[in-house]
Design a protein around this ligand. Structure first.
Ligand SMILES: NC(=O)c1ccc[n+]([C@@H]2O[C@H](COP(=O)([O-])OP(=O)(O)OC[C@H]3O[C@@H](n4cnc5c(N)ncnc54)[C@H](O)[C@@H]3O)[C@@H](O)[C@H]2O)c1
Ligand SMILES: O=c1ccn([C@@H]2O[C@H](COP(=O)(O)OP(=O)(O)O[C@H]3O[C@H](CO)[C@@H](O)[C@H](O)[C@H]3O)[C@@H](O)[C@H]2O)c(=O)[nH]1
Length: 480
């Protein structure tokens, strides 16, 4: 029986390995992690991450050919194929701080593999890493090898959260990069056979190592660039009376552009886009490609601009101050169908409003109060370290109230910000909400999910990203 071990039981390691176990009953899969709490959760009825369809697969395979364990060394030493899916955060100090990927966790995993291995191994980079990382990993492994042979493969993951299981079941492509040597090609073939259990052969792309590593960073940069492009247009729409939804529909109808990923928003979030573009920028700079680095940097700058612009709209519409006013925040996760809050735009918006002394009442169907408090007190980039290294959540933050219902959040509020596109927000009883709010009552839709005309008829003053401005907002100081 082929044995697979995955180091890192996070958003990638957990779902990816669950799907491999589900699709390949003859393969034994062990997912290991240094976080005792995370492994305990994977072994319980309350999985550590919320992902539609995941629980079903895990319960079908767990204890049969899928195991979650903290016995990292044991499972690594027994495995034929080792996936490494640990955090690769942005460096917070030293050379490249604020941009470069921090490979501390990757390096410690590689050293541990070298220490405990007793037979030849295929080591697969599942984490997103800078191009050329495989070379460094190879050096660590071979310098400590005791005669054991390692083949390093790059097999980046393209799943998106909220649709992870769907994406893993039916991927646009699986990418495998390896050395162009007989040993490298054989390793590629071995991994290809795993995926071939359910992925059609023409969707499995095999490349050299560096192309695979770079393709992951490039794919995220291209996707994020589309969002920043449409968000940049949203500001111009507000200034001119154009409607960003109509513009992106018209642009996306061109088959060469395509309609996906053109939804204007309060800004993109998530653990990957910003981190991976910063890493790409750093790699370009290290290679002396200043113009290329500056091009990609703009994608992040426009995203920051979009989040700031949203906060400014809220404050300026409400008579230039939100001090002491209750503002309801509906949605805190970085997108719907996930409880993940890493780099969510809600953090920037909430911090901006708290900075102007607002009282926030927050509701998200999947995010806990503890997580929200932690997020609003954490330093930039601290979130992307293993959980046990993250700061505890502070018990007091007086301006903050986390509730378990949209109606409670909006009761007596002066304004309401929609920050995640949860389906349940589309069917709220806005008449009831309006009746229970202070007047004038404001809605700021950061996801363009509400029918602004209907809300205006109820009596709300409405701001929707990139849509023609309400008469009220037009008279307020220009902020865009
Ligand atoms: N989240 C996504 O949607 C996504 C998608 C594609 C790629 N990626 C990439 O995959 C990697 C992992 O991302 P994630 O979201 O799963 O992160 P995560 O924080 O959810 O999971 C990483 C896990 O690795 C564990 N870990 C760290 N060092 C370890 C060690 N030495 N031994 C054992 N366990 C260790 C941590 O405790 C943590 O549980 C990152 O490089 C990320 O960029 C993420
Ligand atoms: O038209 C759009 C599409 C997305 N978003 C926002 O962009 C962010 C990222 O969304 P999405 O890409 O769907 O989720 P992620 O889970 O971050 O997935 C991205 O990042 C992963 C990690 O690298 C990759 O594997 C995926 O392919 C890539 O889509 C979220 O805040 C979305 O709300 C928009 O604002 N407008």
């Amino acid at each position: 029986m082929v044995k697979i071990c995955c180091i890192g039981a996070g958003y990638v390691g957990g779902p990816t390995m669950a799907v491999i176990a589900f699709k390949c009953p003859a393969i034994e899969v062990a997912v290991v992690d240094i976080s005792v709490a995370r492994i305990a959760a994977w072994n319980s009825d309350q999985l550590p991450i919320y992902e539609p369809g995941l629980e079903d697969i895990v319960t079908q395979c767990r204890g049969k050919n899928l195991f979650f364990s903290t016995e990292v060394e044991k499972h690594v030493s027994e495995a034929d194929i080792i996936f490494v899916s640990v955090n690769t955060p942005t460096k917070t100090r030293g050379l490249g701080a604020g941009k470069a990927a921090d490979l501390t966790y990757w390096e410690s995993a590689a050293r541990m593999i070298a220490d405990v291995s007793k037979n030849d191994k295929i080591v697969v980079e599942k984490s997103t890493v800078p191009v050329k990382t495989a070379e460094a990993i190879e050096k660590i492994l071979t310098h400590n090898s005791n005669g054991i042979k390692y083949q390093i493969l790059s097999n980046p993951e393209f799943l998106a959260e909220g649709t992870a299981i769907q994406d893993l079941f039916n991927p646009d492509r699986v990418l495998i990069g390896g050395r162009e040597t007989p040993g490298g090609q054989k390793a590629i073939q071995t991994l290809k056979e795993v995926y071939a259990h359910w992925v059609p052969e023409d969707r499995i792309i095999c490349t050299n190592l560096w192309s695979a590593e770079l393709s992951k960073l490039a794919a995220n940069a291209f996707l994020a660039q589309r969002i920043s492009s449409v968000n940049a247009m949203s500001a111009l729409c507000e200034a001119t009376g154009a409607d960003v939804t109509q513009v992106s529909h018209a642009v996306g109808k061109d088959m060469r552009v395509g309609s996906k990923f053109l939804n204007a928003s309060v800004g993109f979030g998530g653990s990957c886009f910003q981190k991976d573009i910063l890493s790409l920028v750093y790699i370009c700079e290290c290679n002396g490609l200043k113009e290329v680095a500056n091009y990609w940097k703009q994608v992040i700058q426009v995203n920051d601009y979009q989040k700031n612009r949203f906060v400014n709209r809220v404050v300026s519409s409400m008579f230039n101050t939100v001090s002491g006013k209750k503002i309801a925040i509906l949605g805190f996760a970085f997108k719907k169908d996930t409880g993940d809050t890493r780099e969510t735009p809600a953090i920037d918006v909430c911090k901006g409003l708290l900075g102007d002394n607002a009282n926030l009442s927050i509701y998200d169907p999947q995010v806990t109060e503890d997580q929200i408090r932690k997020d609003l007190s954490m330093r930039k980039f601290d979130w992307d370290n293993p959980i046990h290294l993250q700061p505890m959540s502070p018990t007091v933050m007086k301006q903050l109230n986390v509730v378990w219902d949209a109606y409670a959040a909006t009761k007596d509020a002066h304004g309401l910000c929609l920050l995640t596109e949860w389906d349940e927000f589309k069917t709220l009883d806005f008449k009831k909400i309006y009746d229970n709010m202070q007047k004038p009552a404001f809605v700021f839709d950061g996801r363009n999910i509400i029918d602004e005309q209907k809300l205006r008829e109820i009596g709300f003053i409405v701001y929707s990203i990139g849509k023609p401005l309400d008469g009220w907002l037009k008279d307020m100081p220009a902020v865009a």
